[in-house]
Design a protein around this ligand. Structure first.
Ligand SMILES: [Zn+2]
Length: 321
């Protein structure tokens, strides 16, 4: 028969199952809420939902305080929303328009409230619409709003991913080299590197044999592909969390891989090699390995951070597949 400890164990197993399920349904409900707001905004402005979703996603990723998850993260500077001179922050649309503010009433309550999700999304979509409804118009509208190339690039990439997969919940991940092959890695981020002057090692090296398949870890868009003195044949993916994933020293690329292409976790990008540290084609100056780097953009600057803990997590996820 079951003893007391077994009962305790089963009880906690049951408890963690229930809590886990609750977490998942809370996630699902926020994605549903967001999607219905994006689709509603699309219906009244004709700006496709995935652009609105991508702007919101970008702003969520640049928020400093992520403790309480808001439904909508798009926020506007007060002077832009209310207009210069509307220092009393009067929410009447006509008053805002008089002061050349951009704030609009999206939910029909006669108030343009920047804290109201429908008003914020409707205002952003109208800003874009003032430049036109095509993809190129939207890109221009985004540039005039953010005045930063990397921000526009990230939003356009994220929109492309949302458009392709037609959903917001994209949490699957994979390990960057096939776990069916032999490989090894340890935490090497921040180590000093000699070649090309003193540099800091901005990534984790995963050692594996030539030809080991290299895969996308995440959902994103191929942003860069080609030769680099240090990285050899390298590749960069911009994901939907404002993170750039850098793959170095590849022996070559998969035929299907092109700049601008949408990828998902597990898509084969190329294979492990030892290219780099010389002119195009240089190979074999060090043992074959994949250099994996991660860079986060906070809306102002982009910096390298340690991929090691993420690689460990993705490795566990890959094993469970
Ligand atoms: Zn490396």
């Amino acid at each position: 028969m079951f003893n007391k400890r077994t009962y305790m164990f089963l009880f906690f197993l049951f408890l963690s199952f229930i809590l886990g399920a609750e977490q998942t349904s809370a996630d699902d409900s926020i994605y549903k809420k967001r999607m219905s707001l994006y689709k509603k905004t699309e219906a009244v402005t004709q700006i496709p939902w995935y652009y609105i979703a991508a702007i919101d996603q970008y702003e969520r990723n640049t928020e400093k305080d992520t403790s309480n998850e808001k439904v909508i993260s798009i926020s506007f500077p007060d002077e832009l929303w209310y207009g210069l001179g509307n220092s009393a922050m009067i929410t009447d649309q006509d008053v805002i328009a008089f002061f050349s503010g951009i704030g609009k009433d999206g939910n029909g309550d006669k108030k343009a409230d920047p804290g109201n999700p429908e008003d914020a999304l409707f205002t952003m979509a109208n800003w874009l619409l003032s430049y036109g409804p095509t993809k190129d118009d939207i890109k221009i509208g985004l540039w005039h709003y953010y005045k930063r190339d990397l921000t526009v690039q990230t939003i356009m990439s994220t929109a492309k991913v949302f458009q392709q997969f037609q959903k917001l919940n994209l949490k699957d991940r994979d390990f960057p080299v096939s776990i069916k092959y032999n490989y090894s890695y340890r935490s090497t981020w921040g180590d000093r590197r000699g070649f090309g002057g003193v540099r800091i090692h901005e990534g984790t090296d995963i050692f594996a044999g030539y030809g080991t398949p290299v895969k996308s870890t995440t959902y994103g868009v191929i942003e860069m592909k080609g030769w680099n003195l240090y990285g050899g044949w390298r590749l960069g993916i911009r994901d939907i969390n404002n993170i750039y994933h850098y793959y170095g020293h590849l022996s070559g690329y998969d035929d299907k891989i092109k700049v601008g292409q949408v990828v998902k976790p597990g898509d084969v990008l190329g294979s492990v090699g030892s290219t780099g540290y010389g002119p195009p084609g240089t190979s074999g100056k060090f043992p074959p390995h994949l250099h994996y780097g991660m860079y986060k953009d906070n809306g102002y600057s982009e910096w390298s951070f340690d991929p090691y803990p993420y690689l460990r997590k993705w490795e566990r996820m890959a094993r469970q597949k």
